[in-house]
Design a protein around this ligand. Structure first.
Ligand code: G3P
Length: 223
């Protein structure tokens, strides 16, 4: 069971978070998790899962898996392969890697079969409601127009949607993401019932990622 509130940094394919840099960044996350006791995970490129999962003890997630099983599937990301590489879970349907409904249903099943934790991403409260039926371990609410923003966030621009999504998610813990870049964003989201965060820019593009992470995590701890 992953403890909440949880902070998950999505490394995406940022240059600062690929290959050797990804490992360095992963070690920073591990150190901050160890020293603060806050639940911290990372979602890394499929190419980096094996190396990173071998080196750090925090939860490592894939950013995507395909709805496939062992066999003739050249070039696809196999859920069992991700598991064997050391990931404990996967994001699914991230707004940068959307899946048609049927594929999403299948991907959730395949990930479950591979005993991966499932974080299903939704772009709006309506999708949050729809995706509850998939029974994921987490839902992540991320309005796409705010992803990558350093000026506005889901918490500053759409607090009412966070509240609504928390209600619609019911017993499934809701993560929030998109433009999260301040202590206020963290505080507001938690106050509205979010159980964690899915963040990229504020860490991967920070001048000092460790300092940034410590600041956010401190705000999580205060609660
Ligand atoms: O999955 C995290 C995400 O899409 C949010 O990205 O850059 O707005 O923190 P960012």
């Amino acid at each position: 069971m992953l403890e909440t509130p949880i902070w998950i940094t999505n490394f995406k394919n940022y240059e600062s978070a690929i290959g050797h840099s990804a490992l360095e960044l992963a070690r920073i996350h591990e150190r901050v998790a160890r020293e603060t006791g806050v639940s911290i995970g990372i979602a890394v490129s499929a190419m980096d899962i094996f190396r990173i999962a071998k080196e750090v003890s925090i939860p490592v997630f894939a950013q995507h898996v395909d709805p496939i099983d062992y066999g003739k599937c050249t070039g696809y990301i196999l859920p069992q392969g991700v598991k064997k590489a050391g990931a404990i879970g996967t994001l699914l349907n991230h707004s940068e890697r959307r899946l048609p409904w049927e594929d999403l249903e299948n991907a959730v099943c395949c990930a479950q079969k591979a005993t991966l934790k499932r974080i299903v991403c939704a772009e709006n409260p309506e999708e949050v409601e729809k995706f509850v039926d998939l029974d994921p371990d987490f839902l992540a609410f991320e309005p796409p127009e705010l992803i990558g923003s350093t000026k506005a966030s889901v918490a500053s621009s759409k607090p009412e949607s966070i509240k609504k999504s928390v209600l619609l998610a019911g017993k499934i813990p809701l993560l929030v993401g998109a433009g999260i870049n301040s202590v206020e964003d963290v505080e507001v989201s938690l106050r509205l019932g979010a159980k964690g965060f899915l963040v990229a820019t504020a860490i991967t593009k920070a001048v000092d990622p460790e300092q940034a992470l410590r600041l956010f995590v401190k705000a999580m701890k205060k609660r």
